[in-house]
Design a binder for this molecule. Sequence first.
Ligand code: 5GP
Length: 113
Amino acid sequence: MATIFDKIIAREIPADVVFEDEHVLAFRDIHPQAPVHVLFIPKRAVPTLNDLGAGDELVVGRLAMAAAAYAKREGFAEDGYRVVMNCNGDGGQTVFHIHLHLLAGRPMAWPPG
Ligand code: 5GP
């Protein structure tokens, strides 16, 4: 089922895109939870982490590597950051197109709430 992220990929609705390549799109979260809050999504829609299968290793790997490269480019890699992938109800997932949250610009509490 199409989600809001498919519409962002298709440029049917606007987003503040900060990175794009053949496989990955990254844009600022509309409700930022930190001074930096960017979502990294695969262009191929996969609803949840549970739906990944054999051969999909690169799907998540590309998101993580794009996020780390962004952190280095933007100059906060050494200070640190958090990446989060929420899955289904208890994980707090609300958009069913897998995405990696990159949060930075403030200290992050652990354990999370
Ligand atoms: P989840 O809760 O599924 O892990 O994260 C979904 C994220 O997508 C939320 O942080 C939410 O603020 C963000 N989001 C939902 N709709 C939009 C939108 O239309 N544009 C952008 N940029 N972010 C969105």
